[in-house]
Design a protein around this ligand. Sequence first.
Ligand SMILES: *Cc1c(COP(=O)(O)O)cnc(C)c1O
Length: 404
Amino acid sequence: MLDIKKIRADFPILNREVNGHPLVYFDNAATSQKPSQVIDKIVEYYTMYNANIHRGVHALSQEATDLFEASREKCRAFFNIPTARQCIFTSGNTHSINAVASGAHVFVKKGDEVIVSAVEHHSNIVPWQMLCERVGAHLRVIPVLDNGQLDMKAYHELLNPKTAFVVVNHISNALGVTNPVKEIVAGAHKYQAKVLIDGAQSCGHMKVDVQDINADFYTMAGHKMCGPTGIGLLYGTEEALNELPPYQGGGEMIDQVTFEHTTYAGLPHKFEAGTPNIAGGIALGAAVDYLNEVGMDNIAAYENELLVYGTEQIKSIPGAVIYGDVTDKAAVISFNVEGLHPYDLGTIIDKLGIAVRTGHHCAQPVMDRYQIAGTIRASFAFYNTKEEIDVMVQALQRAVNMLS
Ligand SMILES: *Cc1c(COP(=O)(O)O)cnc(C)c1O
C-alpha cells in the first residue's frame, strides 16, 4: 500500500500554512498539487535544455526535442494510446475539446443532433453549442437522475439516425459520479455517431485505457494529474484525427506552403501549430513517471478509502446533503448543509486553512437540476489523509454552530 508520509514529502506545498493553520488541500478537482519531481523538471528544462523543438539541427534543440517526444511516448503508454501519432499535446483539456468541436462540422451536418449530458463542465457544453449554431444542428441533453447518475434509458431513447456526435465526461467534476462511458460509446456507434469523452477528472485518479473505452476522442488535463498548467492531451482514433481538420494554422503543422495551397503535416503535428509548451510537455512526462511509480491502482484504491470515510464523516453533520451519493464515483464529495450558504461555510473553513471549492463548479446546469445555487466540493487526492478529513469535518461543525 501507499507510504503517505513519504508521498507527502514529495509535495512541497503541503508543508505550508494558510491563515496560521496547516494547509488542508481538498480542491483537487480544480487542480492537483505538483510533486518536486515535476517542479524540478521545469527548472531543469529552462536551466539545461531551453531551445525550440523539431526545427534546429543544433544540440540543444535536439535534446529538447528528444525529451519532448520521450514525454509523448510516456503519455501514450500511460493511456494505452496505440501510437504516438494519436497523442496530441494541447494547452489543456478545454483546448482539446475545442480542437475537436471547431473542426467537427466534418462530422455534424445541418439538421443533425449532438448529445451532451446534463452533468457537463461548461467547457464541454459551450464549444458544442457553438458548433450547433455554426452548422444548424441541434443540441440534445441526457438527463441526470436524482442520485447523480445519467438516465441511461433516456440516453438510449435520444439516440437516432440523426445523432452525429455524443460528448460526455468520464467523471463529473461537479458530483464525482463516474459515467458508464463504454455503454455510451457502444450506443452511439450503433448510429455511426462520433464520441468524445472528457477525461479531465479521470486522468489522474484511475487507470484509463482509451482503446478499451473505444471513444473516437478522449481529452485530458495535465494540471489535474500532477502536471503543470498549460498542457493537456487529445487522443483520437487515426481515422477520426485524419478526418478532423486542423484547429489552428501556423508553423509546425504544415507540409508545404505556397500562396495557392498549403498541405498539412501528418499526425500529431497537424494539431500542434506553433511553439508548444515544451517545458510543460516534458514535465507532464515526469508527472506520468511519478503516478506510475505510486501506481494508478494503488491511487484509485486509496482515494476510494478517503471517499468512503469522508462521505461517512460529512453525513454525520446534521443537515448535510450529498449530491451524487453513489458508490461508483471518484473521491469528490459535493454537499450542502441545509439552511446555510455554501459560500459562508467555505469562507469560514478557509480561515482554518482548509481549501475546498464552493459555487457551481463550472457546471451551472447541474446546480439548476438540483435547484441550488451551488455546493461545497471537497475533492481528495492520494496525498490527502483521513486526519485531514477529520480536520475539515470539525471545522465544518464549528462553522455550522457559528452560522446557525
Ligand atoms: C477541469 C475540467 C474541465 C476544464 O479543463 P481546463 O483544465 O479548465 O481546461 C473540463 N471538464 C471537466 C470534467 C473538468 O473537470
